[in-house]
Design a protein around this ligand. Structure first.
Ligand code: AMP
Ligand code: MG
Length: 412
């Protein structure tokens, strides 16, 4: 806990997440079956098991001839070995059978000689190189064997998992049903996109952005419109969403200002309501986590950058859990040299946006202006963040940092 003006106490970030999850007790996701064509980026709900050996027969890895390796002992360019060509699927001594890459190997053969090392003469084949047993043959089960778990439940399916599943004969896969997340931005200053704004209004950018962040992780989102800074309206919209959705995410109205009503609105709807409000996290200090009707409610700051970091810290782990993953899917990480000192407050976990570039085989991380910490464009100018722990007051120039990447590396 950390003392703070405004908030009576701040909860440490990891503790806040842990407390929320302990209360939530999320169960396993519902299972749905999808075709391989629809499976990309969905999350396996059951272990994917090899139904058969792969390859399912010994197969040639080359265009050439199936032979008995012992027959080629001593073969060389100056002393070729002569074999009889045959089409029989049973090879006898001193015989060769033409095979293309991927063809089954005839019985009796234990190697494939490359086409380039041979020459045909009538019904005979001259071979110039010797081979070790099983040369140029992919053996049964070399790739995977029947019964092997080739991908565990909780794995997010990439194109290679889908290819492997197809090779094993699957046409459908059991995946986690997408959790349904309702999104509700709050604030008197907000106007819906595409509507007329009063001079003192701004467009609501959080709804589409938070929706996109949820969708990127594999959730389905539900648009609850906008709510004014009005406890009743906020409560009504959240209550309605809880009837049909698995989770609710709000933005705005969660600091300690006069119009910061979302935590109160949530608490008015039932128990336990808000579990943690105020996190020792920068940005995103006013984040609150809650539970209503056994469902998670995540209360994010209205400031778009704070909403992004709040979502990164609480929303991302939540959706990963709801998809049945045993841990939060980590961002890809790289080590880079920090180009400029960054400062942070002792006692807060601080997320610093950086732009990582690759130049002459070296990775550097340049902090992206801390001045406009609320500016959404700092997120599009950066491609990763570093996390400065609570026990540090900054990171020096030249230090090696771990960067969590959310965008592509800049290659100079
Ligand atoms: P709040 O968390 O309600 O105090 O909001 C902080 C600031 O974030 C507001 O003054 C707005 O500038 C901005 N903001 C709040 N909600 C949104 C939203 N839905 N879209 C874009 N900006 C927002
Ligand atoms: Mg507000």
């Amino acid at each position: 806990m950390v003392k703070l003006k405004g908030f009576q106490k701040l909860t440490l970030t990891d503790q806040a997440l842990q407390t929320w999850f302990n209360v939530l007790q999320l169960g396993k996701p519902n299972v749905v079956e999808v075709s391989l064509q629809e499976a990309l980026h969905l999350v396996l709900a059951e272990d994917l098991v090899a139904l058969e050996d792969l390859p399912r027969f010994d197969k040639s890895a080359m265009d050439g001839y199936a032979v008995k390796s012992a027959d080629l002992f001593g073969a060389s360019q100056s002393k070729p070995v002569v074999l009889q060509l045959t089409q029989s699927d049973q090879l006898d001594a001193k015989q060769a059978n033409p095979v293309w890459t991927g063809n089954p190997i005839p019985k009796g053969a234990d190697a494939v000689v490359m086409l380039e090392h041979t020459q045909t003469r009538g019904g005979e084949l001259e071979v110039w190189s010797q081979l070790t047993p099983w040369a140029n043959i992919s053996k049964v089960g070399e790739d995977t064997t029947k019964g092997t778990v080739v991908a565990k439940a909780g794995t997010r399916l990439n194109p290679y998992h889908i290819g492997l599943a197809a090779a094993l004969g699957y046409i459908q896969l059991k995946v986690a049903q997408k959790p349904k997340v309702a999104i509700l931005p709050t604030g008197n200053e907000l106007a819906e996109l595409g509507t007329e704004r009063a001079p003192n209004q701004i467009y609501d950018s959080n709804k589409v952005m938070v929706s996109a962040m949820c969708q990127e992780l594999g959730a389905e989102t539900v648009d609850l419109g906008l709510a004014k800074d009005n406890t009743e309206e906020i409560a009504q919209k959240i209550q309605r969403a809880l009837k049909t959705c698995d989770a609710v995410i709000t933005t705005g109205g969660t600091s300690v200002g006069g119009l910061d009503l979302v935590p109160d609105a949530v608490n008015g709807l039932g128990k336990p309501g808000v579990i943690v409000h105020g996190v020792a996290l920068r940005p995103a200090m006013p984040t609150a986590v809650a539970m209503l009707e056994s469902k998670p409610v995540l209360i994010l700051s209205g400031n778009p950058v704070a909403a992004i970091i709040g979502f990164e810290v609480f929303g991302r782990p939540l959706i990963c859990r709801m998809l049945g993953m045993s841990q939060t899917e980590p961002r890809p990480i790289v080590n880079a040299t920090l180009t400029k000192r960054v400062t942070s407050a002792l006692g807060r976990k601080t997320y610093v946006r950086v732009r990582v570039s690759l130049k002459a085989d070296k990775l550097t991380a340049e902090p992206v202006s801390a001045k406009g910490s609320g500016s959404i464009s700092t997120m599009t100018q950066s491609n990763g963040y570093i996390i400065v722990p609570e026990n540090r007051e900054g990171v020096s120039e030249g230090e090696t940092v771990i960067v969590h990447m959310f965008g592509s590396l800049e290659v100079a």
